[in-house]
Design a binder for this molecule. Structure first.
Ligand code: ADP
Ligand code: AMP
Length: 224
């Protein structure tokens, strides 16, 4: 099963993608994670992307499409994937269609995570991640069960993203509304758009996603 989780920064895409990886064996493909790895490695792509990411803008379609094209060609992706943070522009969506068609793949669902802008600054500024396994947490909304210890791997070190500050969130939200929201009617017209309530509690969002996937699985089988 191949999915896109679509929503603004802080909507819960990464949180839910990690859960779907564990429950369904799908592979999370986060362009944000890939770009952060490139920045950390100091690669040519990382050097080009760093300043744009720090300012909360969008990295060029050319760079991001090339990263995803490489990743989608790797064998583990055949298990099914969850795109998280890609596509973010109409040009990226078209490039994705071409890539998938070339590989004989299709999108089963594009799932919009509906959230209010008003909560996004709180969501993003409270975010932190286990440095060892990447599990995501929040200062108020999703604390580790034992303070200072990762629920998933027992790690004790956590990191915060350089771009998770109130100023950058506003730019990132603007970029979402201007450049990414137009993908909603695009996928609606293809008949693959679904939505979940991203304002609900994390477990409830997971339940809604699982309901979409359960309904969709039989639809996909019927169509084959
Ligand atoms: P995205 O990947 O869409 O940018 P994340 O999954 O990283 O968003 O979530 C942003 C922050 O909000 C994280 O700290 C996460 O723990 C928290 N979070 C995610 N989903 C919810 C939710 N439904 N309710 C409250 N907090 C949430
Ligand atoms: P994210 O981890 O999805 O919040 O992305 C962090 C940052 O990486 C964004 O603010 C952008 O600067 C950049 N980025 C991630 N994915 C894309 C994409 N598909 N297109 C352009 N820029 C991206």
């Amino acid at each position: 099963m191949n999915l896109i989780l679509l929503g603004p920064p802080g909507a819960g895409k990464g949180t839910q993608a990690q859960r779907l990886e564990r429950s369904r064996g799908l592979v999370q493909l986060s362009t944000g994670d890939m770009l952060r790895a490139a920045v950390k490695a100091g690669s040519e792509v990382g050097l080009k992307a760093k300043a744009v990411m720090e300012a909360g803008g969008l990295v060029s379609d050319e760079i991001v499409v090339a990263i995803i094209a490489d990743r989608i060609a790797q064998p583990d992706v055949a298990r099914g994937f969850i795109l998280d943070g890609f596509p973010r522009t109409p040009a990226q969506a078209q490039a994705l269609d071409t890539m998938l068609a070339q590989r004989g793949l299709k999108l089963d669902h594009v799932i919009e995570m509906k959230v209010d802008d008003a909560i996004m600054v709180d969501r993003v500024t409270g975010r932190f991640t286990c440095a060892k396994c990447g599990a995501g947490y929040h200062d108020r909304f999703h604390k580790p069960k034992v303070e200072g210890t990762c629920d998933q791997c027992g790690g004790h070190e956590f990191t915060r993203r350089a771009d998770d500050n109130a100023d950058t969130v506003r730019s990132r939200l603007d970029a979402y509304h201007a450049q990414t929201a137009p993908l909603l009617p695009y996928y609606q017209s293809k008949g693959v758009l679904r939505s979940v309530d991203g304002m609900a509690e994390i477990d409830e969002v997971t339940r809604q996603l699982e309901a979409v996937l359960a309904g969709g699985a039989s639809l996909a089988r019927a169509a084959n």
